[in-house]
Design a binder for this molecule. Sequence first.
Ligand SMILES: C[S@@+](CC[C@H](N)C(=O)[O-])C[C@H]1O[C@@H](n2cnc3c(N)ncnc32)[C@H](O)[C@@H]1O
Length: 241
Amino acid sequence: MADEEFRDAALAAIYDALDPDRGDLDAYVGAVGEFGARSVLDVGCGTGVFALLLAERGVEVVALDPAEASLAVARGKPGAGRVRWIHGDATALPRLRVDAATMTANVAQAIARPGDWHNTLRGVHAALRPGGRLIFETRDPAGRAWREWNRDASRSVTDVPGVGAVESWVQLLDVNGPLVTFLWSYVFVADGRTLTSRSTLRFRQRDEIEADLTAHGYVVEDVRDAPDRPGREFVFVARRP
Ligand SMILES: C[S@@+](CC[C@H](N)C(=O)[O-])C[C@H]1O[C@@H](n2cnc3c(N)ncnc32)[C@H](O)[C@@H]1O
């Protein structure tokens, strides 16, 4: 199940405002162009920012997410009618033959349970046409990104149109091997309401992911750097032969 941040309506509604700089998506737009993909499956589409960016460019997009509240935000955006939205995980996919599949913004890490991860790799493989590519990022565990997940480094106050000021910060709760658990807090200043969202991410090693992709029948074509986060992410490009 998705975290509160994505499935709570009040939190899904402020997601885009709290993360307005989506320069991270440029590399994905670039990759879709580089591979000449005319149809894309966006797995873990959240509030649909990337799906809508592609649809605007004339790409045929299927966008999938288990968090209904995030999908509701996506469906309410201009141009949403051009995207086929699917509620669920990769086991909910209809028969598809897409040129590319994407998982932006570390969706792969949010798919923390091994069974869900394998279902995702299997479902995406079946949805790709032969020669189609899966493109996704995951944080390099060596960077130990969680060391910055504390209130001092993360606290911010954002003025959200129609909602007012929202104060937010993250607190690290636990590091247990590859599983990192943390809690986001959101204070809606206008009425003093506080909502929280607890998440667990899996930090996978590069060779572990390569082995998983190979086991599911992909060919690992490339492991790139994320241009906006140099040295911190692995960006995998895996092809269905
Ligand atoms: C950090 S958000 C990224 C959203 C979006 N990709 C973006 O770039 O804004 C992670 C997303 O992964 C979704 N997610 C969690 N578990 C999933 C699963 N098993 N399959 C697909 N998506 C999942 C969450 O609901 C959430 O929308």
